[in-house]
Write a protein that binds this ligand. Structure first.
Ligand code: CAA
Length: 265
């Protein structure tokens, strides 16, 4: 197994494997409200790359623990960067890697998910919130706009009115509003949000991995591709899966009234 997946901490995050096939990343800079400095983004991207490369790893949960998800980019670090630094900074590459992670990414959010923290949530596929969660894009108050894809993902996820309100006012919304906006699928007590995310990840870890990967990519196409192209790509993916072991096994198991034995192939 890749060292990046062993239980422990490379520095700004904690990595654990709390259930078969599940990797859990806990953002861990409590003194800075889990601000996403470059080192933390790099560690997240490296852990996701290791999880992608390991066939036994089927889903990833990302959380900030019970107190705070993440208060955004590290403002102290940002203060040192000029326009060219921002443009060429390795952060861009880490954000791209997070957004392109092909296996399910489930976020469990307690406390603040602000700025880059909210943008990280918007890169997740399924989001569970604790009742204490607050989602916001306060960059406007710093004379900026969200820089890690938050505006586009928020508008596509929550619609124009909610995106305008959050991005223009900078005011956070609570967990119930995020549920109504479609950012979150479920609101639980703070202690339960992480265990629910792990439960969901465990369920996904038991699904046929190839179909799961195609399904995630297909849902994301709905946000990125004109309808006719997206439908054509879905049909190709549907046909491709007919060649997989797991599709034939899933059908055979149903017809033989027995549990399927998926191999991920
Ligand atoms: N960057 C760096 N340090 C941060 C930080 C951030 N985003 N957010 C909090 N911290 C630090 C504080 O400076 C403070 O450090 P010290 O103890 O050394 O002074 C420590 O974390 C605790 O912060 P507070 O005392 O402010 O904690 P609080 O509980 O009273 O408030 C908070 C929490 C509401 C999250 C508040 O800290 C806050 O508003 N943080 C900034 C949020 C923000 O503006 N985020 C957007 C960043 S820009 C961005 O993300 C760009 C992008 O698109 C990628």
């Amino acid at each position: 197994m890749n060292d990046a997946l062993r239980d422990g901490s490379p520095g700004d995050i904690l990595v654990a494997r709390p259930a078969p096939g599940v990797v859990m990343i806990t953002l861990h800079r409590p003194d800075a409200r889990n601000a996403l400095r470059t080192r933390m983004l790099r560690e997240i991207a490296e852990t996701l790359a290791a999880a992608e490369a390991d066939d036994a790893m089927r889903a990833v949960v990302i959380t900030g623990g019970l107190a705070c998800f993440a208060a955004g980019a590290d403002i102290r670090e940002m203060a040192t960067l000029g326009p060219i630094d921002v443009l060429l900074h390795e952060r861009q590459q880490h954000w791209r890697a997070i957004a392109a992670f092909p296996k399910p990414l489930i976020a469990a959010v307690n406390g603040y998910a602000l700025g880059g923290g909210c943008e990280l949530v918007l890169c997740a596929d399924i989001v569970v919130a604790g009742t204490s969660a607050k989602f916001g894009q306060p960059e406007i108050n710093l004379g900026m706009i969200p820089g890690a894809g938050g505006i586009q993902r928020l508008a596509r996820t929550a619609g124009k009115a909610r995106a305008m309100q959050m991005v223009l006012t900078g005011e956070p919304i609570d967990a119930d509003a995020a549920l109504a906006a479609g950012i979150v699928v479920e609101v639980d007590e703070p202690e339960s949000a992480i265990s629910r995310a792990l439960e969901i990840a465990s369920v996904l870890a038991g699904k046929p991995a190839l179909a799961l990967r195609q399904a995630k990519a297909a849902v994301l196409r709905a946000f990125e591709t004109p309808l006719a192209e997206a439908l054509a790509s879905d049909r190709q993916a549907f046909a491709l899966l007919a060649a997989s072991h797991d599709r034939n096994e899933g059908i055979a198991a149903f017809l033989e009234k027995r549990p399927a034995r998926f191999t991920g192939k």
